[in-house]
Structures are given as C-alpha cells and as structure tokens.
Design a protein around this ligand. Structure first.
Ligand SMILES: Nc1ncnc2c1ncn2[C@@H]1O[C@H](COP(=O)(O)OP(=O)(O)OP(=O)(O)O)[C@@H](O)[C@H]1O
Ligand SMILES: Nc1ncnc2c1ncn2[C@@H]1O[C@H](COP(=O)(O)OP(=O)(O)OP(=O)(O)O)[C@@H](O)[C@H]1O
Ligand SMILES: [Mg+2]
Ligand SMILES: [Mg+2]
Lengths: 247, 247
C-alpha cells in the first residue's frame, strides 16, 4: 500500500491536475486507488465531474461510516472529497492539545487494506491539513511550475518537510514533477536544468504546457477521457509508468 | 486613503504579481503606498529584491514599533513583509475568543494617515489571515486566470465574500482582473466573455500572458524596472490608471 501526497505550498503549480490524472492513470492500470481531497476548494470532485454529498471531514468527525463517505468516482478509483466542511476539520485539529497532526492518519489507516494506492491532493499554503497529510503518507510528489517563484517555493517547502521528517522518518520527498514546460520559453529549459542540479534523479520527465489539461475540468473528465492522444495524456501516462516502476 | 486586498482562494492566478506591480505603479504615480504581504511564502519581498528583518507579524505581536517593521522598498513604496512568522500570527488569532477577525485591522489602522493606498497581497486558500484582510479593506481586486478551475474558484470566492459583507458592509468586490490572457488560446476569449457576463463593468482589461512577468521576480525588480516596454508593463500601467481613475 503506497501513500503519496501531491503537495507544494505555492499555488497554481498543477497539484490537483496531477493528483487526479495520476490517480486515474493508476486505476486504469488496474490498481485500487483512493484519491483524498484535503483542499476546501473541492476541485478534485469537479475535475472528475462528480458531486459527493460528503467526504473526509464527515469521516473524521465520525458523522458517517467509511462506506458512506467514500464515493466510487470511476472503476477502481474511489474519491474521498474535500470542500468547505474542511474548515471545520481544521478548527477541530487546531483545538487539540496534542496529536492534532495525526487526525487524518487516524481516520484513513483503517481503510489501508482496501487500496493499493492512496493519493492526496493538498491545498496551497502550509496549513494544518497539509501537515496532517505529510504525517500520514510516506512519499511526497511535488509538482513545480518552471518559473522562478515556484522554484523558490520548492526550496522553502523542502526545508519545511525536513522539520516533519524529524518526527516521521519514513517520509521522503520522492518525486519532483516539472509542470508547464514550454519549449518556446528559453527560461523553462534553464529552470529545468537548475531543478535537475538540486534534486538529481528525483526529477521526473516534465509535464508540457497543454491547453487540453486546462479544458478537461470543464467537462468533468480526466485527461485520458477528454483528450487521450494529447501531450497531456502522454505525459501523465509516463508519470504513471514511473510511479508503477517503483512498486 | 484607499485599502485594496488582492485576493482569490485559487492558487497561482497572479495575486502577488498584481499586488507588487500595482503598488509600484501607484507609487510611480506619486501616491504614498503601503504594500502588506499576508502570505507565509513571503514572495512580495522577493519580487522587490529586498530582505526585511521583520514585518506584519512582529508589528501585530507588539514586538516592534511601526517604524521598525515598515521597510522602505522603493521611493513612496513601503513594504510590511510576510513570511514564516505569520504562522504564529494565525495561531494568536485562532485562540482569541472574539474579535480575532479584526486583529490585522487593529494593527494597521494607526498607520492610515501615513499612506494614500494600502495594497494587501493574500495567500491562496481561505484562511484566518485572508479573512482578516477582508475585514480591514474596503475594496477587493480579484485576479483570475482565464481557466475553468480559476473561474469556478471565483464564483466560490464571491459567495464567501458575501458572508463577510454581512458584518462589514463597506466591503465590495470592486475589480475582477483577468490574467494569463493568451489570444492564441480560443478558450481565453470564451472565458473572458463569461466573466464579463457575470461581473459586468467590474471586469478590467486583461493582463496578457507575458514571460517577462515570470522572469522579473528572479531579478528582484518590478515589471516597470525589468521590462518597461513589455506587454506586462503596459497592462499593469493600464490597471494602475483604472485604479487611479476612481479616486
Ligand atoms: N500542464 C498544464 N498545461 C496547461 N494547463 C495546466 C497544466 N497543468 C495544470 N493546468 C491548469 O492550470 C491551472 C492550475 O492547475 P491546478 O489547479 O491543478 O494547480 P494547483 O496547484 O492544484 O492549484 P491550487 O494551488 O489552487 O490548488 C488549472 O486551471 C489547470 O487546469
Ligand atoms: N501575466 C502573466 N504572464 C506570465 N506569467 C505570469 C503572469 N502573471 C503571473 N505570472 C507568473 O505565474 C506564476 C504565478 O503568479 P503569482 O505567484 O503572482 O500568483 P499567486 O496567485 O500570487 O500565487 P499563490 O497562490 O501561490 O500566492 C508566477 O511564477 C508569476 O511569475
Ligand atoms: Mg489544487
Ligand atoms: Mg502569491
């Protein structure tokens, strides 16, 4: 059972796009996948074109048994949705005197034997839910736009992760995924080289800028359903292969 | 004295790029401007190429008098920086039993007579600091990338703002600024038309996709300093004119 958080505090780098399309790619390859949305924006459900009545906040609060919170979004792809009720979950966690960082882990661990992969989409920023995700997973996949501000954000984020590793030593920033790669832009290539220098073989083959990726959410479809022959589908299939390779 | 928050919960839509370049544009026009960074990412300081030792968190906590927390970043442009110490500020606010939402307002109001404009850069997400900003300002400027997920984020955000207006009736979502406009992409034009239909004359002239805007932060310069003849400089000069027009 592999647990992967898709996380970077910098906003708009392709976290949700990556979490949803990777989860779909792994499910298409026959793995049993749980996609957890820890963002109040609730965009994973929108990208999949589904509208679950409940999700992770209701599961953690004990309002619902797991079977009612889990939503079958696609064959072999189950969604535990996010949404505005997560704000309440954040308050519950911040009022705990100890162990608040393990709240999500305590709620998800009983589901471990049902899935081969758990993929978690996190919100931008460094908030209590993102920290909760990092105490639950073993692997982090960080999408990073090939832009100066995003790379600076990555260096800050890697430092923050180190402070968590002191309390959770299995956690590793395993994959750095360059996104919005645009060969027309000289800077893209330069920044990619910088990433490879700092993060070595953790750097995955980049996801190219592909307008189909920004259109698919409007139809509630994954990139594989919306534009199976697009560069976006190709690049996310390659990412899926890379993740499966390490099984 | 005008107080403007640059805000949208969706990440990566151009909030910091807009806050910094608008603040610089207003300062170049001779106004006394305070730029406040309410994001733990601390990117406003990086974009201006400065490294203040303290900022808004130290001001609110009472550790420093205003004169030591305010940083002269450019002529007529003063910065009150953000950074990781804001996480402590969030904790202070969430432990208050009442009035937490006015913490930033209480700290900034004594500075009102020193400035003509206060521009606040907010973090992605809907957190206690973003809410604090909305209780302080009268006007919201919302940058929104011309993409499906960002526009959905805007509709959610506008709903959240309404719940604050019940307690702060002068607050108005005054400007909607389309960003990343790329005439090569058919979708851009379609989404722009949708925005104009929903938000009418609040929609500003769009900021075009311009690689110079993503390069300037690497040199610690505003777009007016880095590439004064670029489309990015033109578009942010036009935005500045629009804001000044309403004085
Ligand atoms: N490779 C790509 N090519 C083109 N558009 C993309 C690509 N990846 C993502 N997008 C689009 O860019 C925007 C940002 O992506 P996304 O929402 O996945 O980022 P995020 O990191 O999850 O944002 P947030 O910080 O708000 O959670 C979306 O509109 C998405 O459709
Ligand atoms: N019009 C534009 N053309 C090209 N690049 C842009 C444009 N506006 C912003 N950028 C770049 O896009 C990225 C996102 O912009 P920015 O960081 O300002 O967004 P943000 O909303 O502040 O993000 P966050 O949600 O993380 O705070 C940055 O790398 C920035 O340099
Ligand atoms: Mg997201
Ligand atoms: Mg920002």
């Amino acid at each position: 059972m592999r647990k992967i958080a898709v996380a970077l505090s910098k906003g708009g780098v392709g976290k949700t796009t990556t979490a949803v399309n990777l989860a779909a790619g792994l499910a298409d390859a026959g793995r049993r996948v749980l996609l957890v949305d820890l963002d109040t924006q609730d965009q994973a459900a929108r990208m999949l074109g589904v509208d679950p009545a409940a999700g992770i906040a209701e599961l953690v609060a004990g309002d619902l048994p797991a079977d009612d919170a889990l939503f079958p979004a696609r064959e072999k792809l189950t969604l535990l949705a996010g949404g505005s009720s997560l704000a309440g979950l954040k308050r519950i966690i911040s009022r705990k005197d100890f162990g608040g960082e393990r709240t999500v882990s305590d709620a998800l661990t009983p589901l471990d034997d049902r899935f081969d992969y758990v993929v978690i989409d996190t919100a931008p920023g460094w908030d209590t839910l993102a920290i909760n995700a990092l105490f639950y997973v073993d692997e982090i996949l960080t999408p990073v736009a090939l832009e100066v501000l995003a790379v600076q954000g990555l260096l800050d984020f890697a430092r923050n992760v180190q402070s968590i590793q002191r309390y959770h030593d299995r956690l590793t920033l395993r994959y750095v995924l360059p996104t919005f790669m645009d060969r027309r832009v000289k800077k893209s290539g330069e920044i990619l080289a910088q990433l490879e220098e700092s993060f070595g073989d953790r750097v995955c083959a980049p996801i190219r800028y592909n307008v189909r990726l920004s259109e698919a959410p409007g139809y509630g479809q994954t990139i594989f359903e919306y534009a199976p022959r697009s560069s976006g589908a190709e690049d996310y299939a390659a990412l899926t292969e890379r993740i499966l390779y390490h099984e």
